[in-house]
Design a protein around this ligand. Structure first.
Ligand code: FES
Length: 119
């Protein structure tokens, strides 16, 4: 069976797992601080950062995109009172947040080596 190497940078632990394993199945076992709640892609609590190996993760599903967008919007709405953040919002959405450096641990499978961290 093919294996993938997953490194949790917050606890400096690397594990070798069968390809197709979800990040959430590993994070609790290794003591990573990636939080979770529903485990079904609904709450957005299990956000994590992809430090390296984004191309080795499962494709972003429509459900995951929707949850990430909603979570991102909540964060930006909270910051909006501080000032005009439209440009920052557009840039973060395009470059960082949705499906690139941030994913949902309960929805993301590994297919190759990755380095991840809590968000
Ligand atoms: S635990 Fe709720 S979306 Fe992942």
């Amino acid at each position: 069976m093919a294996k993938a190497k997953v490194t949790f940078s917050d606890v400096n632990v690397t594990v070798n797992v069968p390809v197709g394993t979800r990040i959430i199945e590993l994070s609790e076992a290794v003591g990573s601080y990636i939080a979770y709640n529903c485990r079904e892609g609904d709450c957005g609590v299990c956000l994590f950062e992809v430090i390296k190996g984004r191309e080795n993760l499962s494709e972003l599903s429509d459900q995951e995109k929707t949850v990430l967008r909603a979570h991102f919007q909540e964060i930006m709405d909270g910051w909006r009172a501080i000032g005009d953040l439209d440009k920052l919002q557009a840039r973060m959405q395009r470059e960082n947040f949705i499906g690139k450096h941030c994913r949902l641990a309960c929805q993301t499978q590994v297919f190759g080596d990755v380095i991840v961290a809590p968000l």
